[in-house]
Design a protein around this ligand. Structure first.
Ligand code: ADP
Ligand code: ZN
Ligand code: ZN
Length: 812
């Protein structure tokens, strides 16, 4: 390295946006080694108080800051993680959703969490001296500090490793670091594939060595040298026992290379492209023409269930690739199954990258880098994938655009579908929002000309829509004189499927065994200790469980209030449906799909593919079973209780119910045998249920949009919720009252409702009060929310105590 002075243009400082709830950037001095490398959009590791944080560089410059700047520690990206377009999008999100920029940018880059978790400690020179001293002195049982020094003397260790070896390791490490005995470094562990399982790893020979290796490593290295190319570790284990351990060790010595398998999940047979029908062709033609113009254009693709929307997506993506542009397909959380991923792999090979929140951080990081490098130009992703750094993005598709999982429920509370539209507008891309049951907002945008509406009004091959019957459970009760879970008609229908070897899906949008436990004598309902909600009885665990905070309790023998021993289990959950089914149909093979039976992505797919292969006759489940699945042999869909959700205090209750029932009904009769749907309800006259039974979106829309207009709910006017949380009820009350005074009288065009206790007034031991703001102008709403934030900052409220949700998807 030469000692020549740096060229004058090399910046001396950088302004960094950090993931803290503050609205400012922080200036850091750039060490000489970084001056030429740090660019806007790169992530850097910087000291912040006593911590080290990863932030995004917003600017580089040479203006000395007012106070002395600390030095940036490390550069994490040689290439910017966020290009200027994504940075601009981040700023937009931060303003629109009233979220700090630093937290927004962190949410847009997938690797941050990984980096934070992998701190590595090593000894400094004085630490090494101290360690040597220790080993010479007494042989008493060493204290924790000496133990740490001893461990680190052997080699650097991760924080996680040390935490497993000594107690209170984090405070100990901090103090040793302060004393100058040890130092820490954040490793970019996303580059470290060593933590992935054997099945997900490939190994390849790199070089020989003069070093003396243990037997296993020596033999494996020789084998790899003789068999050039990449080997899957799990496969290798078949011929080479312990290959996985050996390969990891070789990789650590840099004699072999480990890499993650590209995420490929081909459990589905390849599907040949279909010749599109007339409606599909018309939709495709419109999208293709818009692509050719290379300007922003938004479409709503409204297609009934089974109308072949996926085929239109695939063709549109092909068209985007053909003109040299990248494509992004967003799917709901639960919609990204190996079957879906498989279809895309078959069609586009390794140009596809998959980003799924269920994947390991390092897998996601690897996919993300392939996208940024331009190796993958088709991205299939869940919500946060809307920020994927796709090169030359030409097309964004949002499948099931009405799905709630597109809304992020923590800061920044963005809506993935809306971000898709904004991003497409910024990048001059085409955006396609697809659904059989579009959200009121989207359909209204199509109505008012903001989006172009394309429609697929018929099922593929003109298969009939399923026949739907509503079963009035009040009448059923009067006639049968018993409170049964299944009506006689539903039982008959199930029997018929079993006889014909056809399959049944039963939906009940409530998990657990019974919805709550109540005392027959005094009416007391068993409540969560931390939340103001009733506990749900889960029979398998013999416990009552809180669905909000996971608090669990044994079912008591007696009522805690009146000591009566008569406790009653009220309401039906999916677990109970499954049990009653097994009792009613002992021959039937039954599977259940809900959050209790699915803990990882594999369980979900195992159950579903088992059902697809007809290992089960009946699939019982919550809304998880309603989405997107295409299983031809299902000819009966039963909705056990259509009323769950209808009574919720949320203006979207009707819309949700309509969507859920319509989507669930759409699972029936997708093969050659027509399907039927039975909806059990005690509200047979409700328009959401009637319209869903008629599969009549149009009618529902007309009715619902009138209600929204009348009540000034979205899409008429903008809505925001302001939630105040505190462990102390007094604080929650006084703060929400203070906001009430600040916001009242409200400026013209804004209506403020509340403060009032939130629908769940206590959650995880916090008291919650809510204000709802309805505004005719988006700008006014935003200004007012800005005022709220400034007020909270001036009053020095803990940032976590104020949650602002712009365009909230749920008011609960
Ligand atoms: P949607 O998403 O609209 O509910 P899908 O895209 O799942 O519908 O399509 C339903 C079924 O129809 C799939 O099995 C698909 O392979 C098939 N399909 C789609 N387009 C055609 C076509 N043009 N000809 C024949 N079959 C098709
Ligand atoms: Zn009681
Ligand atoms: Zn709880």
């Amino acid at each position: 390295m030469s000692a020549a002075p740096l060229p004058s243009e090399a910046p001396l400082y950088c302004d960094v946006s950090l993931p803290v709830p503050l609205d400012q950037a922080f200036t850091y001095r750039l060490p000489e080694t970084l001056r030429h490398r740090v660019r806007v959009g790169c992530r850097v590791l910087v000291p912040f108080g006593t911590r080290q944080l990863t932030g995004v560089v917003l600017e580089t410059h040479s203006h000395p800051p007012a106070s002395t700047a600390r030095e940036a520690l490390r550069l994490l990206d040689e290439e910017p993680a966020l290009d200027p377009g994504l940075l601009k999008l981040g700023r937009w999100i931060s303003t629109y959703y009233c979220a700090p920029l630093g937290e927004t940018l962190r949410a847009m880059t997938p690797l941050a969490a990984d980096i934070r978790h992998s701190r590595v400690y090593s000894l400094t020179t004085s630490g090494r001296d101290a360690a040597r001293q220790l080993s010479l002195s007494s042989d008493d049982k060493p204290d924790a500090a000496s133990e740490v020094l001893r461990l680190l003397d052997a080699r650097p260790r991760t924080a996680t490793y040390l935490a497993g070896k000594v107690e209170k390791s984090s405070s100990l490490l901090r103090s040793l670091e302060k004393k100058g005995f040890i130092r820490s470094e954040d490793t970019a562990a996303d580059r470290d594939p060593l933590r992935a399982s054997a099945a997900r790893l490939r190994v390849e020979f790199v070089t020989r060595t003069e070093e003396k290796l243990p037997k296993l490593e020596r033999e494996l290295l020789a084998y790899l040298e003789l068999h050039p190319g990449e080997h899957n570790l799990a496969t290798l284990e078949a011929t080479f026992p312990k290959a996985s351990a050996g390969a990891r060790s070789l990789a650590r010595r840099q004699l072999a290379r480990l890499a993650l398998e590209a995420v490929s999940t081909n459990t589905t047979p390849p599907r040949l492209p279909h010749a599109p029908n007339a409606h599909q062709r018309a939709a495709f033609d419109a999208i293709q023409s818009a692509l050719a113009v290379r300007r922003f254009h938004a479409f709503l693709l409204e297609g009934v269930t089974g109308s072949g929307k996926t085929e239109v997506y695939l063709n549109a993506i092909e068209a985007a690739l053909a003109i040299g542009r990248g494509a992004l397909l967003l799917v709901p959380e639960i919609g990204l199954t190996p079957a879906v991923a498989g279809q895309f792999h078959h069609r586009f090979g390794n140009r596809v990258a998959i980003l799924h929140s269920a994947f390991h951080d390092s897998e996601r990081a690897q996919e993300w880098r392939r996208i940024r490098a331009g190796e993958a130009s088709v991205v299939v992703a869940t919500r946060s994938g809307v920020f994927a750094p796709v090169r030359n993005l030409g097309l964004i598709i949002v499948d099931e655009e009405h799905d709630q999982s597109y809304k992020q429920q923590e800061t920044p509370r963005y809506h993935g579908r809306d971000i898709a539209v904004v991003r497409a507008r910024d990048e001059g891309a085409v955006v396609v929002l697809g659904s059989a049951t579009p959200s009121l907002e989207t359909r209204y945008n199509a109505e008012s000309g903001k989006y172009t509406r394309l429609s697929l009004p018929e099922r593929i091959e003109q298969r009939p829509m399923p026949k739907v019957a509503i079963i009035d459970m009040r009448k059923e009760f009067l006639e049968s004189r018993k409170q049964a879970t299944f009506s006689r008609a539903l039982i008959d229908a199930v029997v018929e499927r079993l006889d014909n070897r056809e399959q049944t899906m039963l939906l009940l949008n409530r998990r657990g065994f019974s919805s709550f436990v109540a005392c027959r004598a005094c009416g007391e309902r068993m409540q969560c200790a931390n939340c103001s909600v009733t506990l749900t009885y889960h029979r398998r665990d013999r416990r009552m469980l809180c669905h909000y905070c996971n608090y669990a309790e044994r079912v008591p023998d007696r009522c805690s209030k009146c000591d009566s021993e008569f406790l009653q289990f009220i309401g039906v959950g999916s677990e109970r449906v499954e049990q009653e089914l097994s009792a009613a149909f002992p021959r039937a093979r039954i599977a259940r799909l809900d959050r209790d039976t699915v803990s990882g992505k594999h369980d979900y797919e195992t159950i579903l593919s088992g059902f697809r292969e007809h290992n089960y006759d009946i699939l019982v489940g919550t809304q998880m079973i309603a989405k997107g699945h295409d299983i031809p042999n299902v000819t009966l869909v039963g909705i056990v209780n259509a009323d769950v959700g209808l009574g919720l205090p949320d203006f979207r209750a009707a819309e949700r119910t309509f969507q859920l029932l319509t989507q669930a009904a759409g699972r029936a009769g997708r093969g050659n045998t027509p399907g039927i749907v039975l909806i059990q309800t005690v509200n047979p006259d409700h328009y959401a249920i009637l319209c869903a039974a008629a599969q009549d979106y149009e009618k529902f829309y007309v009715k619902e949009i009138e209600f929204r207009r009348l009540m000034h709910y979205p899409p008429f006017g903008a809505l925001a919720s302001v939630l105040i949380r505190a462990t102390n009820e007094e604080d929650a009350l006084s703060r929400s009252a203070a906001l009430g005074r600040l916001l009242n009288p409200a400026p013209g065009g804004v209506r403020v409702m509340g403060p009032a206790p939130a629908a769940v007034a206590r959650l995880k031991n916090e008291f919650r009060y809510q204000l709802l703001l309805k505004a005719s102008s988006r700008k006014r709403l935003n200004d007012l929310l800005g005022e709220v934030r400034r007020f909270a900052a001036n009053e020095k409220w803990n940032p976590a105590s104020l949650a602002i949700d712009v365009d909230p998807m749920t008011l609960l």
